[in-house]
Design a protein around this ligand. Structure first.
Ligand SMILES: C[S@@+](CC[C@H](N)C(=O)[O-])C[C@H]1O[C@@H](n2cnc3c(N)ncnc32)[C@H](O)[C@@H]1O
Length: 212
């Protein structure tokens, strides 16, 4: 069972949805104020009419804050956890975001045609996935040539106290095998992403890349 279907998902979502709380928690846990993540979400609202966004994993819908009510884009929100999808759907309903489509699926096997998305967003997902390299390759398949991927991931090897926490979360089951900054770069490059930009803040890497 996905731990995000349990109370753990609710607790996580309660802080990540509150930017000011997330900055404090992020600093305590990961040595990061998480500001790069919230900043990066703004580009969703700048997409032109007709664009398609792939949000994987959408979790409880934190990236929906980048979307504007009435913005004429197709927004595909994907997560493995029905409970997290329900939370995200409540956020969308509260904010009047009717353009969101909900997809219960694994990031490693997206039920989408090739080159569907103009922009993929992957916040705080890769360190949770069982097979992060496979998920990056699958996301790459679904991004059109010239499209972009942006996201954040918690990585090993940046901060010793974060490494201990990552190991504890992996033992408990909410984190997957994860990787280092170098692993993340390799997953992106091997999947066909170029123009890689990685910015570390504590153990959190904010990344951006373009699809060849
Ligand atoms: C830490 S949350 C991040 C969610 C959201 N993007 C955010 O930043 O708050 C990780 C999410 O990954 C989901 N997840 C775990 N494994 C998955 C997989 N293989 N495919 C899709 N989602 C997965 C969990 O259900 C959870 O909602």
């Amino acid at each position: 069972m996905n731990l995000f279907d349990t109370l753990a998902g609710g607790l996580y979502d309660a802080y990540i949805e509150r930017e000011r709380v997330a900055r404090v928690v992020g600093q305590l846990l990961w040595g990061s104020d998480m500001s790069a993540m919230y900043r990066s979400m703004r580009q969703i609202g700048e997409l032109p009419p007709g664009a398609t966004v792939l949000d994987v994993p959408c979790g409880g819908g934190v990236a929906l804050r980048g979307l504007r009510p009435g913005q004429r884009v197709r927004y595909l929100a994907v997560d493995l956890s029905p409970a997290m999808l329900r939370r995200a759907a409540r956020v969308a309903s509260r904010e009047g975001l009717r353009q969101v489509e909900w997809i219960e699926a694994s990031a490693e096997a997206l039920p989408l045609p090739d080159a569907t998305a103009d922009l993929a967003v992957a916040y705080n997902g890769l360190h949770c996935f069982a097979h992060p390299a496979a998920a990056v390759a699958e996301i790459a398949r679904c991004v059109r040539p010239g499209g972009r991927l942006v996201g954040t991931a918690i990585v090993r090897g940046e901060l010793p106290r974060a490494d201990r926490l990552i190991a504890a979360f992996a033992r408990e089951g909410s984190f997957g095998p994860g990787g280092t900054r170098g692993d993340l770069e390799r997953w992106l490059a091997e999947a066909g992403f170029v123009d890689l930009r990685l910015e570390a803040d504590g153990a959190v890497i904010a990344f951006a890349a373009s699809r060849t």
